[in-house]
Design a protein around this ligand. Structure first.
Ligand SMILES: [Zn+2]
Length: 108
């Protein structure tokens, strides 16, 4: 038995808000979540807890196209999404120039 990762209705994991618990994916405890884009999907609790799942999948698609746009712009560079130490005027992995002081972690 793996360690349980309970999640609760109303909890938020990045773009996902838990709207119903008690689901199962196979034998794995899971929860129904609503993504900020409007999609509703069942995710494994452990993936929500560990941050593995942060959106219904819409964000990774959006990020990929954004990264492609950045790479096409020689004035920009793609840095790690978790790297918050660089100058805020640099382009970050999310593909937008962040206002000074805004955390890149907030973008995903
Ligand atoms: Zn979504």
């Amino acid at each position: 038995m793996s360690r349980p990762h309970p999640v609760y209705v109303g909890e938020r994991f990045s773009y996902l808000t838990v709207i119903e618990t008690g689901h199962r994916k196979g034998k794995v405890p899971s929860s129904l979540c609503r993504c900020d884009c409007g999609n509703e999907k069942v995710f494994r609790n452990t993936n929500l807890r560990t941050g593995y799942t942060r959106s219904c999948g819409c964000m990774s698609q959006k990020l990929k196209s954004m990264v492609r746009q950045i790479e096409a712009d020689p004035g920009c560079r793609v840095v790690s999404l978790t790297d918050t130490s660089h100058n805020a005027n640099d382009c970050i992995g999310s593909g937008v120039r962040l206002p000074r002081g805004m955390s890149s972690a907030a973008m995903i």
